[in-house]
Design a protein around this ligand. Sequence first.
Ligand code: HEM
Length: 510
Amino acid sequence: SRQFPLSRIAALGLGALLASGVGAQTMTRDNGSPIGDNQNSQTAGPNGPDVLQDTHLIEKLQRFDRERIPERVVHARGTGAAGEFVSAGNLSELTRASVFAAAGKKTPVFVRFSTVIHPSGSPETLRDPRGFATKFYTDQGNWDLVGNNLPIFFIRDAIKFPDMVHSLKPSPITNAQDPNRFFDFFSHQPESTHMLTRVYSDLGIPASYRMMDGNGVHAFKMVNAQNQVSYVKFHWKSQQGIKNLTRAEAAKVQGEDFNNLTDDLYGAIKRGESPKWDLYIQVVKPEDLGKFPFNALDDTKIWPGIAETKIGTMTLNKVPENFFETTESVAMAPSHLVPGIEPSEDRMLQGRLFSYADTQFHRLGANNQHLPVNQPLTKVNNYNSNGAGTAVNPVGDVNYQPSRQPGSYAEDAQYKGVQTPLSGTTQQARIAVTDNFTQAGDFYRSLSKQEQENLIGNLASDLVKVSNPEIRQTMLSHFYKADADYGTRLTAAVKGNLADVQARAKKLEG
Ligand code: HEM
């Protein structure tokens, strides 16, 4: 049976009522009153219509009619699991984040893995980046590390995100995803060459969420007790290794089980094979940020040559009991930060700091942090109040700050954000050094011959669907600029495929 939080019931003075409540197994209405008949509606006589006084029937239908909330605008299809993070050491030289205060310190976590573009219930076998979002329930509030399996992103400015997603989502006319639309968009964004190369490699279809890495993608700031700043990138490394599906394997799996990633993860956890990831960081001092040959805060870039240090291990060992209450209702937001971890100036991250909490106000309501999966372990002390779905309000007469009344909340200057030096004027301009192609080429050259072959086959199979030659040509030129061999082989594959497609079309016409 469902129970409201006991503290709340005590506050309302209803404890005695709860103790003398109806039998545990008796079905009740939402007001708690027992139900006599859940099989037959109340009718006026044996053949008469239903009566308005059948409030149980009406309430049951009303509640059913309202069971859906808006799905996430991206990352709608997800799989959640709970577990624990254990810090590998004391990181206080780098950060005062309490989660890293001592070796062996344990913090509960909830992770939501996801696909990106397709709706809730869509196949898990489709080519897409994969979301890897972790909520750490730390003793200084919730910290969400909302990352992806790939270490970089398509674009570097949040202002482009809605257009990019529109181009990748189904066409407003056909309701089907269309490479004509997204390659049209990407042909204007040469910085997407690196991410497209990774997404169209075998990494674009993981065989298992267990056998996939996670990345924070952006740089974040770690800040220690002396307010010294380090820029860091986070990387979850799977202890299970990495495993992907080729296009042909994915087609086969999809024909048999398109919930393959969920089934694999939950199957393993239920068998007691709790998957584990080690968390690594790369650390760069502010004075060294400018030493990269590219902009170190550009999220289309990895930081090559910077050593990774292990800072902890996460184990996922629990399948949530209810999908809607956890996986669907979890509100992961890059703005959910804790003392010692702050955002960098990366302009994609800056946009994300706003967008997630905003969409969650729309998707889950202003009080989404009251939902059990989103509640911090720490007590929430502020005067935000009221609104639809309020579960707890501030107690007492003082609901403002500052106040001279005893018991009012006070701020604590040690938790102020770090001061960041600034220069220049406000502006609207792209970053000075774009370097759109080097790392895409480096990645291509790091692949084995077979992996390169798969990448070219995967990309060609979508580029061939693009009917506008200028879009196709521009895309091919981007891949050529990344690596001449890559561009040449891809062009040949597209031409070969095009010739095949045209010959088949001619045959059909004949
Ligand atoms: C989900 C926006 C870039 C990873 C979402 C959601 C929005 C959003 C609105 C839905 C959240 C919800 O309903 O709870 C944006 C914007 C971006 C951006 C505006 C760029 C400016 C990125 C990047 C990453 C990422 C770069 C990877 C580092 C995720 C993940 C989720 C998500 C993992 C799913 C979270 C969950 O499982 O609940 N994004 N996103 N996004 N995004 Fe982004």
